[in-house]
Ligand binder design. Structure first.
Ligand SMILES: C[S@@+](CC[C@H](N)C(=O)[O-])C[C@H]1O[C@@H](n2cnc3c(N)ncnc32)[C@H](O)[C@@H]1O
Length: 355
C-alpha cells in the first residue's frame, strides 16, 4: 500500500534533519493567493494535478507536487495518485469533481496545510482525522512511538508482561491522539490516559479513538499540566510510562516557522517558552508521583535539549535517572531527539498506591 508523506511541512522545518531549531533558514513570504477560475472545459485528473502543481510552484507553496497529488487523489477516493489505476487518471473529471479540486486546491494556495485540506493524515498504521488548529503529527514522532513500544515490550516488571493493572501509560499533550492511539493499537493489553490543554485536541482525540474502535482503553481529559497538577495526578493514578511530544520550540524560533505552521497550527502546541522547556520541566517534576518504580518518561525534544535536561534532572529531580538520548533517523542526518528517563526505586510500595 502507498503511504503518504511530505518532506518539508511534515518535518516542521525545511532543513529537515539538520541540527538546530525546527525553523526555516529565512523568513517565508506568502505571495498573493487569489485562486484561478474553474476551467470552462473538462480536464483529466492528471491535467488537474499538473495545473495545480505549476500554480503552487509559481506562488511559492511548499511541496507543490505532493500537495496537488494528495488533493486530487483524495478527491478520487485514494490516498496517493500511484495507487490509482492509470485509466482513472486519464478519465475526464466531472464538473462537480473539478469544482471540488479547485475548492480544495484554493485552500492549499492560501497555505492551509494539505493535511487540513484533506482532513486526514496517516500516522504509522493509522489514518487519523485532522482538524485545525490541532497539531498535525510529524514523522519523527512515529519513531518516538517505536522506541516506546520496543522498550515496553522488553522491560519486565513495568512492561506488557506485567500485571495487566500495571500496563498503563499517560500521554501529556495528545493533540489528534496519534501517540496514544498508535500505542493502543499495537499493544492490545495497554490502557492509556491522554490529556491536553486544548478542547479541540481532546475532542479530536476522542473522535479518532471512536473511529478506530480504541475508545474503551483510552481515558481522555481536558487538563493543563501547568495549572491542573492535582487533577492530572488523580486522573491517571500510577502508570508504567509517561509519553509526550510536548510544545518544545524556543519562543524566539517561532517567528521563522513556515506560514503553514504559524498561521494554522495551535501556538500552544509549539511554544515551549524561552528555553523550550516549560512543559517538559513540569512533566519531569510530576513524573515521580505518576510513575511506578522503574517506570519511564519518553520525550520528544529539540536537539539542543538533551544535555540541558540531563543537567536539570541531576539538580532538580533526584528520583529520576536520565537513561539515554536517542537520535531521530527521519532526517538526512540523525539528530538527538528523544530522551528516556526512569524513576529510581523508592521505599514506598507502589502496590499500596494501586489499592
Ligand atoms: C507538539 S503537540 C503534540 C501533539 C501529539 N501528541 C502529536 O505528537 O501529534 C503538543 C500538544 O501539547 C498540548 N499542550 C501544550 N501545553 C500543554 C499543557 N500545559 N498541558 C497539556 N497539554 C498541553 C498542545 O495543546 C498540543 O496538542
Amino acid at each position: 500500500m502507498w503511504s503518504r508523506a511530505l518532506s518539508a511541512s511534515c518535518c516542521w522545518w525545511s532543513g529537515c534533519g539538520s541540527i538546530g531549531p525546527k525553523v526555516t533558514r529565512r523568513p517565508r513570504y506568502v505571495r498573493g493567493y487569489s485562486a484561478p477560475a474553474v476551467p470552462a472545459g473538462r480536464i483529466t485528473a492528471l491535467e488537474a494535478v499538473e495545473f495545480w502543481k505549476r500554480l503552487f510552484e509559481e506562488r511559492g507553496v511548499s511541496e507543490p507536487d505532493e500537495s496537488s497529488r494528495y488533493i486530487v487523489a483524495h478527491l478520487l477516493g485514494a490516498k496517493t495518485i500511484e495507487s490509482l489505476e492509470p485509466r482513472k487518471l486519464s478519465t475526464l473529471l466531472s464538473r462537480e469533481q473539478t469544482e471540488q479540486v479547485w475548492r480544495l486546491c484554493a485552500r492549499r494556495l492560501s497555505r492551509v496545510p494539505v493535511q487540513y485540506v484533506i482532513e486526514e493524515w496517516d500516522f504509522r498504521d493509522l489514518t487519523l482525522k485532522m482538524k485545525p488548529p490541532v497539531f498535525i503529527p510529524r514523522p519523527e514522532t512515529e519513531e518516538l512511538v517505536e522506541l516506546v513500544l520496543a522498550d515496553l515490550q522488553t522491560r519486565p516488571g513495568v512492561g506488557v508482561e506485567a500485571d495487566a493493572r500495571l500496563t498503563k501509560c499517560l500521554e501529556v499533550g495528545c493533540g489528534s491522539g496519534a501517540i496514544s492511539l498508535s500505542l493502543l493499537k499495537s499493544l492490545p493489553q495497554l490502557q492509556a490516559v491522554a490529556l491536553d490543554q486544548s478542547q479541540s485536541a481532546v475532542d479530536l482525540t476522542r473522535e479518532n479513538a471512536f473511529r478506530l474502535g480504541l475508545q474503551d482503553r483510552l481515558q481522555i481529559h481536558h487538563l493543563d499540566i501547568m495549572k491542573d497538577a492535582e487533577a492530572v495526578l488523580s486522573a491517571c493514578g500510577r502508570v508504567s510510562a509517561v509519553v509526550s511530544n510536548p510544545p518544545y520550540l524556543f519562543s524566539q524560533d517561532l517567528t521563522s516557522l513556515e506560514p503553514e505552521i504559524i498561521r494554522f497550527e495551535d501556538r500552544a502546541a509549539l511554544d515551549g517558552g524561552e528555553d523550550g522547556l516549560i512543559v517538559i520541566k513540569q512533566i519531569l517534576t510530576l513524573a515521580p508521583q505518576i510513575l511506578l518504580n522503574h517506570g519511564r518518561v519518553y520525550l520528544e525534544v529539540d536537539p539542543r535539549h538533551p544535555p540541558l535536561l540531563r543537567r536539570w534532572v541531576e539538580v532538580n529531580a533526584e528520583e529520576l535517572q536520565y537513561v539515554e538520548t536517542r537520535r531521530d533517523i527521519t532526517g538526512r542526518s540523525a539528530v538527538p531527539r528523544f530522551c528516556i528517563l526512569q524513576k529510581e526505586e523508592s521505599n514506598k510500595s507502589d502496590k499500596l498506591d494501586l489499592e
